[in-house]
Design a protein. Sequence first.
Lengths: 580, 286
Amino acid sequence: MYTNLKQIQIIISLLKQFSIKHIVVSPGTRHVALVHSIENDPFFKCYSVVDERSAAYFALGLSESMDVPVCITCTSATASSNYLPAIQEAFERQIQLIALTADRSRYTRFHMENQCINQVDMYGDYVKHSVDLPEVKNDMDYLYVNRSVNEALLALNHHTKGPIQINFLEPLSIKILSEFPLDEIPQCRKIDRLDNITDWHQYADILKNKKRILVLCGGYFDTKKQLTNLLNDFFESFNAVISYDHFSNLTNNEVFILAPFMAEVLNAKEINELQPDIVISYGFKIYSELRNKFNNKNIEHWHIDPEGKVNDFMNSLRKIFPYTPEVFFSNMVNLSNIKNNKLYYKKWIDRLSKITIPNLPFTNFYVVKRLISKLPENINIHLSVLNSIRLTNFFDLPQNVVCFGNIGADGIDGAFSAFLGQADSTDRLSLLIIGDLSYLYDLNASMIKMDNHVRILVINNFSGAEFHYNMGVERIPTLNKHIAAGHSTRIQETVHLSDMEYLVATNEVELENQMKKFLSPHNKPILFEVLTNAISDAEVLRKYYNDNRILTTKNKIRIKLENIVGEKVTSSLKRIINKK
Amino acid sequence: MISKVLEYYYSGGIRHLVETQLDSSMCLNPDIANLFNRVNIKDARSATFYSLGKAKMLQTPVILVVDENYLSSCYTGLTEAWLQRQPIILITYGSRDRSLAHFKRSVDRIIYIRDNRSNDLINIDAIHGPIMIYVQDTNSDDLKIDYTPLLIKFDKLLTAQDTVYCYNPSEQDKPYQFLSHSIYPEYKYGLFSKYLGWALGSKNTSILCCPDHLIQIDLNIFNNSNINKKVKIVLFQTNQNSSFDKEALWLSNNNINVEYYSDFETIDYRKFIDSDFANVIYIENK
């Protein structure tokens, strides 16, 4: 008989699916839902050791002698602190221990609550992975706990072996803790990391039977540059659509879809129509928000990552291929005997063909569009943050351009320095596209010695333009005061810090005149400051998106209502209708 | 020690070294540092991002050396490098009077290099993201024990599948028939608990040899229903004036047979290994 507590059910289901059966148990109450569920389950072998410190050492010995992961579980508070000595040793000597620590009453911790200490990440550096599980009260809790336990168990033997901690919150009610109404444990999603694949047929066979394969290409750079051809072959060999952004560093190919823009304009009905059967992804980060359009829909997801990291951004990850994308796609291509019927691809192309770029006034959008149209081939680019990334990804780049950006954490800081490290490692023309705030943030980098092939385009709109785009002075009249950090600084004032030549443009004609010099070889690095206005920059961007959105009937009604009765009343009405 | 770390990674093929905010006490040995392409960047944050750009473009690890006092400025750049999976090897040095725990989220590993332990360094093939190497000094003054007379006896009776665990041995590894495992002082806690796990989890013979005083920090594990005839322990008296009577009584009360000997020749090793009881041999220091 098993507990009704879902976080415990998930732990038990995954321990079984990962074939982890040895559990050293110390006595107590808080973990009773787990202990009683497993002690009568013949799959598990339980050992009773009272002192948790000895129990953990005993488990360490068991694990080492059998070379299998061994669980230790105990009640809350100092009980779990007793695990640290063995956990520390297990980490240093690479032994697989799983500390299943029961926790209680988060909201009263340190306020005279009994047997309650801070158990979250309590072993610090001495575990390979630590997760803290909430009580499961809704679907998102369930997905989070399911992923977290998978992630922790996958860490046990990832690259090296070592201990992990799974801390799980338990209710205070003894009645709930000690109820065991279930005859069986529901099986939950297991994420597999497919180390050492010897036979790729089974995976190719799965893909051959799919009608809609969506490949999400993320940030990736490999000097061998084989991936473009492999992805093209994959596109021809399966019913696939390949979506990418500039950080994918793929050479332009007419069948690939430059995706970031699409994520902004698709409506709910279109997203349903374009829903894939399976998503295959790779790269350290997928910049395109397409990654979030199909999440929480239980769409099978495979992620390719040479390090085998868990990247469950769709909440439906099933398989991790710990290989380079080149290895994965070449294996798939070699084992396919079908051709892409292109039905799925045509759906995407049909929607893409409806995108139009209107005539633009002199804005940051215009500047980026003109600059990219003039870029030579074989250069390096670094995109700083937000608008410089967003706007550049509206347009195709010339052939053989290497494009980097700090999209890991998407921070405004450090782009200038990272760009100089990138530029110092090549003889090619190296271009940084950056906004005024980002440039000023990292101004110390201007003291670093620069090569003559360095080119920096600073679009100075005297403010954080992003905040004018996503909020605007209509919503927050004091926006420029602190949130967007409005200023009147000209980048020209900083140029003397370095040995850069300075160019400036304030309109279309000056931009065209200076661009040729900016992009040509020169005996000095060049900084090109282009002055625009943050408010009109934001307006043009919003209009561009709106013009390319196709409204559903529902949306049209909502907009009409908003115009008549206002946003607040419309939202209230929407809530009432949705409830019914 | 920093020179040793630099030498190690130079021999592994790394050629790029970024220096930032080095205190005078941490000047790098020029004979070694000059082997690298060196860049000195004043701002530690800028230096970290610079290293990120370089590592990514060149697709090779880049070494960043910074004094412990200025590590906090490396936090943002390391975080971005961790997310982008870029191999920055940050080397730092200091008195370790500040916590480094928060860096765990922005580097794959923090490696503490103690005296003569440069083998803790990660081979560059295993570096996939940023790591931090902290150079520091430590020492242990625990007495070493020469187990050779005992091990020679066991060598005649044990097979290649059997294991003898020796705590802090003075002798170098010798080619015995059986598997020999050394346990060092930093792992002295829970030695008997671990040993019970080793012994009970193994199908073969496992013997533990260690000084007697260690039992005082792991007594309660003997109150254990899993103990059986697989438990074979040899204890060495480390202090002539110390008594083992109380501990021996505790072991006996838990169904462990304790026998006293004063020299290695009088011990019946075959009986010790084959007996149907959990056995402890106590060797007195005469």
